[in-house]
Design a protein around this ligand. Structure first.
Ligand code: C2E
Ligand code: CA
Ligand code: CA
Ligand code: CA
Length: 277
């Protein structure tokens, strides 16, 4: 069954974007998947450049499809985003991530957990209640839960976003702007947002050592962030050289395949033990 799942997955991957009936089928099975909780969370380490210590993880959802195998988020998040499915899926992700966070915390592992929010979630009236409930239920301390919002989503409807971010901030969660540099930031809006972190998109990290433009963009982003009192996470760090380069620019944190791909919770724990942290 496993091999068949893998084959289907490949077929599914290639035909997906072109095929409208496939999309419809997927939408139907997404409804079932939410009811049957066919999703799993993977966690990707975020490493402090100065100390090499693990300081946080980003939560990345996968769909464990009974026939298709493990489906990546790019294939179903956009479809879930077209309806209120994303609200229910988003709530499950938030609950599950915080349940895991409180288990780790109880086991003595100090970590920050970052959860991605989609556009529709950010506009949803339910979001504040969801976050409030989860913070209370798991007795989370400020700074343990971080919410990531992409730059383009944050700037789309800046006044509303600003209001929502302020209320989320009051609940004690931290806020990060994701994929920074790929949207169109208004610096006057950025200045007003109660943020903790900027995440540099991996497109700027990829050629940072060889492309002076990318290096300049990363340096400028880090300096802008620091001047606004924000910390920086670089994503898509795949080499020691990129990690060192970013560290020298003053980037606080790095995330990428150099350290680990996103892992299921148990594998992340094994990874941490193997590292001796
Ligand atoms: P993102 O938030 O920008 O997440 C980072 C993506 O980069 C992840 O892909 C991760 O596996 C990948 N990545 C990490 N390190 C490296 C690296 O060194 N090199 C390369 N080439 N890639 C790296 P993934 O897990 O497939 O997620 C894709 C996107 O799906 C995410 O982009 C995010 O926009 C969305 N997504 C994932 N999980 C969730 C979720 O729980 N909620 C929502 N709303 N969106 C999610
Ligand atoms: Ca993200
Ligand atoms: Ca990102
Ligand atoms: Ca990205």
């Amino acid at each position: 069954a496993k091999a068949a799942g893998r084959n289907n997955y490949q077929f599914f991957d290639r035909s997906m974007s072109a095929n409208a009936s496939e999309r419809l089928a997927l939408q139907t099975s997404l409804h079932q998947a939410i009811a049957q909780q066919q999703f799993v969370l993977h966690y990707q380490p975020q490493i402090e450049t100065g100390s090499g210590r693990l300081v946080g993880v980003e939560v990345l959802v996968r769909w464990q499809h009974p026939e298709r195998g493990l489906v990546p988020p790019n294939k179903f998040i956009p479809i879930a985003e077209e309806s209120d499915l994303i609200i229910r899926l988003g709530e499950w992700i938030l609950q599950e991530a915080c349940r895991q966070l409180s288990l780790w915390h109880a086991g003595g592992l100090e970590l920050r957990v970052a959860v991605n929010l989609s556009a529709r979630q950010l506009r949803s009236k339910n979001l504040l209640r969801q976050v409030k409930d989860v913070v209370l239920k798991h007795n989370l301390q400020p700074g343990q839960l971080e919410l990531e919002i992409t730059e383009s989503v944050a700037m789309e409807d800046a006044d509303n976003t600003l209001r929502m971010l302020a209320q989320l901030r009051e609940l004690g969660v931290e806020l990060a702007i994701d994929d920074f540099g790929t949207g169109y930031s208004s610096l006057s809006h950025l200045k007003l947002m109660p943020l903790h972190r900027l995440k540099i998109d991996r497109s700027f990290v990829k050629d940072i050592e060889t492309d002076p433009d990318d290096a300049a963009i990363c340096a400028a982003t880090i300096s802008l962030a620091h001047n606004l009192g924000l910390s920086v996470v670089a994503e898509g760090v795949e080499t020691e050289a990129q990690f060192a380069f970013l560290g020298n620019l003053g980037c606080e944190c790095a995330q990428g395949f150099l350290f680990s791909k996103p892992l299921p919770a148990a594998e992340l724990e094994a990874w941490i033990r193997a590292r001796g942290q």
